[in-house]
Design a protein around this ligand. Sequence first.
Ligand code: DGL
Length: 258
Amino acid sequence: MKIGILDSGVGGLSVLREIRRLLPDIDIHYLGDSAWCPYGSKSPEQIRQRVGQIVDYLLELDVELIVIACNSATIHAVEWLRTVYPQPFVGMEPGVKPACSLTQTGVIGVLATEASIAGEKFLRLVDSTAQGVNVITQPCSKFVELVEAGRLEGEDVAAAIAEYTEPILSRDGDVLVLGCTHYPFLKPAIVSAVPETVQIVDTGEAVARRVQDLLPDESGQGSLVIETTADRDGMERLVEKLVPELLGESGVGRAGIG
Ligand code: DGL
């Protein structure tokens, strides 16, 4: 069984890590579209067009299921993809629903990209799951830049966390949703910067469970290929920093997409 996973860059590695934990034997092809990162500042049309190209590339490699390990791409492209391709897609969206069941104060913060927060699918999600809860949305473009640069701690990380969490914490928010797959890599820094009473929601594990539910067969060679549309060596360094446990089993390469 072989699956494809895509993201604008290294964010989807946070989802890959959860999938690998649950499904050690399946074969995985990961595509990080670093040449086009970030998706969060692109228009819905640009995101859809690019994601379509990457899906075509992955399908040529005979993957049987594709995980859109990117909230921005899911919000703007997954419904369209499902009308065009017969293959199953697993998407992801910010964990608004679990956050609403956790909040004591009735205020939650959703940290996500600009594109995700403006997306119609996201607005529908909030409408249908967050009745009676005050949902504060916060775009966090610096988080993606920091993670893509391999910076997970330090002064610039602390400053960005303070800037993005202050509008939520000052209004009594007690749950933070990590609504972009890059952000789980900053979770240790976020946890240490916010009060202990603040809970953090990340949907990577739930996505891995959904993939498991959809797979007819969990067997394979357990192979892992990680490709980037930009710099191969840079990707290898980031894999080593962000998911060192995966470097041993994976080959890192440059994808043949423009
Ligand atoms: N990791 C992506 C997400 O979950 C996108 C980050 C970006 O490229 O802006 O939204």
